[in-house]
Design a protein around this ligand. Structure first.
Ligand code: SAM
Length: 178
């Protein structure tokens, strides 16, 4: 099992608040680790169509299955997240704890591509990613046209301090130009 710093309750709450900001639809958490964020999100299950967890580490996946028997826990790499099937009109809220900056470059690229493919495919979808980098730095660049990063929260009480970002479709301006 890898050494990781579990998210604080304050960070988990900030992510839950962002998830509930609009209709979550199918909630997917990738890189759930010890389940610190999953624990804050699980009570929202009543308002959700479905809650699926991707965790690549088999021991963490087993721990998550034992702790959250009501969730679909998949011991898969997040680069497979776009293979999930669901109704074409269902929104997806994707919560990522993936350490994108410290993962091997190829793996980070594959995961980002799969996450972007999924949220672009499903209407009204969003990606919520937190980072420990400086708060002005977006989690990654190269997002598709018509999408934007919004800084949702800065959580100083987390160690290290974290920034929660939401990748969402930019609202159309009244003349139809993004
Ligand atoms: C920063 S830790 C997660 C922290 C988690 N939020 C917690 O509080 O425990 C990152 C997690 O992502 C998982 N992970 C890393 N690369 C992955 C990948 N490509 N696909 C799925 N999970 C991955 C790791 O096994 C680890 O559990």
């Amino acid at each position: 099992m890898g050494a990781i710093a579990p998210a604080s309750r304050a960070l988990a709450r900030a992510i839950r608040d962002e998830v509930l900001r609009s209709e979550p639809g199918v909630l997917i958490e990738v890189g759930a680790g010890t389940g610190a964020i999953t624990r804050a999100l699980a009570p929202a299950l009543v308002a959700l169509d479905r809650f699926v967890v991707f965790e690549r580490d088999p021991e963490f996946a087993e721990l998550l299955r034992a702790s959250f028997p009501q969730l679909e826990v998949l011991n898969h790499c997040a680069s497979r997240v776009d293979l999930l099937t669901m109704a074409a009109d269902t929104p997806v809220t994707l919560v990522s704890s993936l350490p994108l900056l410290s993962m091997p470059g190829d793996e980070a690229r594959d995961c980002i591509e799969a996450m972007l493919t999924l949220i672009a495919r499903q209407p009204r979808s969003r990606l919520i990613q937190y980072t420990y980098a400086a708060r002005h730095l977006r989690p990654f660049s190269g997002i598709p046209a018509g999408w934007r990063w919004r800084r949702s929260a800065s959580v100083w009480a987390n160690l290290p301090p974290a920034t929660v970002w939401a990748l969402e479709q930019a609202p159309l301006s009244h003349n139809g130009i993004h």
